[in-house]
Design a protein around this ligand. Structure first.
Ligand SMILES: Cc1cc2nc3c(=O)[nH]c(=O)nc-3n(C[C@H](O)[C@H](O)[C@H](O)COP(=O)(O)O)c2cc1C
Length: 284
């Protein structure tokens, strides 16, 4: 299953790209509208990109009334992504989404690089949302948690159905001439190629901790079928494409074809057979 990473594709301006996906994950929505951070908000760096969008979104009320009806016309299953700072915000947004049959899953963004959350609060948020919706809940975690396995187990205990791994790292780049930060907010989310080994480690660790029993959406620097296969071998059951979509609108179809080739070459009859391969003992 190939998805987009939340915030990395505007399906309403690029519907044909969204229609290459198995499901479209909407940009994180919060209870109240958010203006986002001051520009510039994007900067290219040597091994990835920086963003400080700041969760700009119209808020749940306008999302439901003005954005969702257009997303529903894409004909692709929809995932919502929910953000906030308090468990009560997340809960309220989830309860307002519960009535939309078009939303098949909810990803809880517990890891915006601009918002710090303790392990305790991650499970508190999941538990609060679990009370108000029966839709599958995916906890999206940060790769810089000191003990990501512990948080994965805590959110599972609180009622999460799956994990989305990973959100971006914190990064900063300076302007060569002025030596001033290139992003308006100085520090932003660092995503793309540099995130690949970080994402693999998070997926590998959480798959082992949960004994492969939780579905995992793996993301972080996926630019090819081989990168996708690596995440699956570490334990991902689905892949999300993020930064690559900003430069390659054909990425979903291309990576799907490359992944099929990779599976074929390695004589895996299906993606599920490759899942967790990195955990199996080496053949002698
Ligand atoms: C421009 C941009 C906006 C993003 N917005 C969100 C967001 O709204 N919610 C979220 O959970 N993650 C957001 N992310 C993080 C991505 O969903 C993803 O976790 C991260 O970029 C790692 O994947 P990648 O290396 O393939 O880009 C954003 C990333 C980028 C580059």
């Amino acid at each position: 299953m190939i998805l987009n990473a939340s915030g990395c594709l505007d399906a309403l301006t690029a519907p044909a790209v969204a229609q290459q996906l198995d499901a479209f994950v909407a940009k994180t929505v919060t209870l109240e509208p958010r203006q986002g951070n001051e520009p510039p908000r994007l900067a290219e760096t040597d091994h990835g990109m920086l963003n400080s969008i700041g969760l700009q979104n119209p808020g749940i009320e306008r999302f439901s009334a003005e954005v969702l009806p257009h997303l529903e016309k894409l004909g692709v299953p929809l995932w919502a992504s929910v953000g906030g700072t308090e468990a009560s915000d997340y809960r309220e947004v989830c309860s307002r989404l519960a009535r939309f049959d078009s939303i098949v899953s909810i990803e809880l963004n517990l890891s915006c690089p601009n918002v710090d959350l303790a392990a305790g609060s991650a499970s508190e948020i999941v538990a609060a949302c679990r009370e108000v919706t029966s839709k599958p809940l995916y906890a999206k975690l940060s790769p810089v948690l000191p003990d990501i396995a512990r948080v994965a187990l805590a959110v599972r205990g609180a009622g999460a159905d799956g994990l989305s791994l990973v959100n971006s790292l914190r990064g900063l780049a300076l302007d060569e001439r002025t030596l001033r930060p290139r992003l308006g907010r100085a520090v932003g989310g660092y995503s793309g190629a540099a995130l690949r080994p970080v994402a693999l480690a998070a997926v590998y660790t959480c798959y082992a901790a949960t004994q492969g029993e939780m579905p995992i959406v793996g993301m972080g620097g996926v630019e090819s079928g081989r990168h996708a296969l690596d995440l699956v071998a570490c334990g991902a059951s689905a892949i999300a494409l993020g930064s690559v979509l900003l430069s390659d609108p054909d990425a979903p179809a291309r990576i799907r074809a490359e992944l099929a080739c990779e599976l074929d070459t390695r004589e895996f009859a299906a993606l599920e057979q490759a899942r967790g391969a990195a955990h199996r003992p080496a053949e002698r």
